[in-house]
Design a protein. Structure first.
Length: 239
């Protein structure tokens, strides 16, 4: 990304929306590649390296949920922001559980859109830079769970656990401060840099997904605990 402008794959079947969103992104210095349906999006993704995918939920030929699912099935960790005109919670939850990092519900302001894009690219850039060897980057080992910030990997009893950018950031934030209670807004701010445009319940979806990946029994967690009415914490020596 240091040798070129960040490249964004913008997928929307409405040309006016593509034009509306492409202009500010290009003005901000990003390269924008457009696709108008799900199959075209997958084809474009296989042809070039992208730093971010902005993906509309409702697409012809193949919807955004299926595109997101297929990208993650291929092992891609590229950040994905989903756009949806639907307000139903199930669509947002499905998008997050299939591997999207963030979502924006239409209509949205251009300021909000640019904020989300910048935050996603910033997270991706930090991930590529890796660790610096400091104490903060040393792997965390707890009950067979190993979180390596430098490599950005998670393993449980030696088996790799695939996490999205957001899941990894939430898990790391909690694990670096065992026993400390984080509110949803604190986690939103830690991961995205702000919480002004985001629903705190988004955190609940990511936590549930993390538990399904790292816990033997997600209903009886060993690592990620709920503090009712407040937020979440990672296990400490007293657990």
């Amino acid at each position: 990304m240091a040798d070129r402008a960040p490249r964004i794959l913008l997928v929307d079947d409405e040309q006016p929306i593509q034009t509306l969103l492409s202009f500010p992104l290009q003005r901000d210095g990003y390269e924008v590649v457009q696709a108008s349906d799900g199959r075209e999006a997958l084809a474009r993704f296989s042809e070039q390296q992208f730093d971010l995918v902005v993906l509309d939920l409702m697409l012809p030929r193949m919807d955004g949920l299926e595109v997101c699912k297929r990208l993650r099935a291929k092992g891609s960790t590229v950040p994905i922001i989903m756009l949806t005109a639907k307000s139903e919670e199930i669509d947002k939850v499905l998008g997050l559980e299939l591997g999207a990092d963030d979502y924006i519900t239409k209509p949205f302001s251009m300021r909000e859109f640019r904020s989300r894009v910048k935050a996603a690219l910033r997270r991706a850039g930090m991930a590529r830079e890796g660790g610096d060897g400091s104490d903060d980057e040393r792997p965390i080992d707890v009950l067979g769970l190993r979180i390596d910030s430098g490599r950005r990997t998670v393993t449980r009893n030696g088996d790799n656990v695939a996490t999205t950018f957001v899941e990894f950031e939430i898990l790391t934030a909690l694990a670096r401060s065992p026993g400390r209670v984080f509110t949803r807004d604190m986690l939103l701010a830690r991961v995205w840099g702000d919480s002004a445009y985001r629903d705190p319940r988004t955190i609940d979806v990511h936590i549930r997904h993390l538990r399904e990946k790292i816990e033997v029994d997600p209903k009886e967690p060993e690592y990620l605990f709920t503090v009712r009415g407040v937020g979440y914490r990672f296990r400490d020596d007293e657990d």
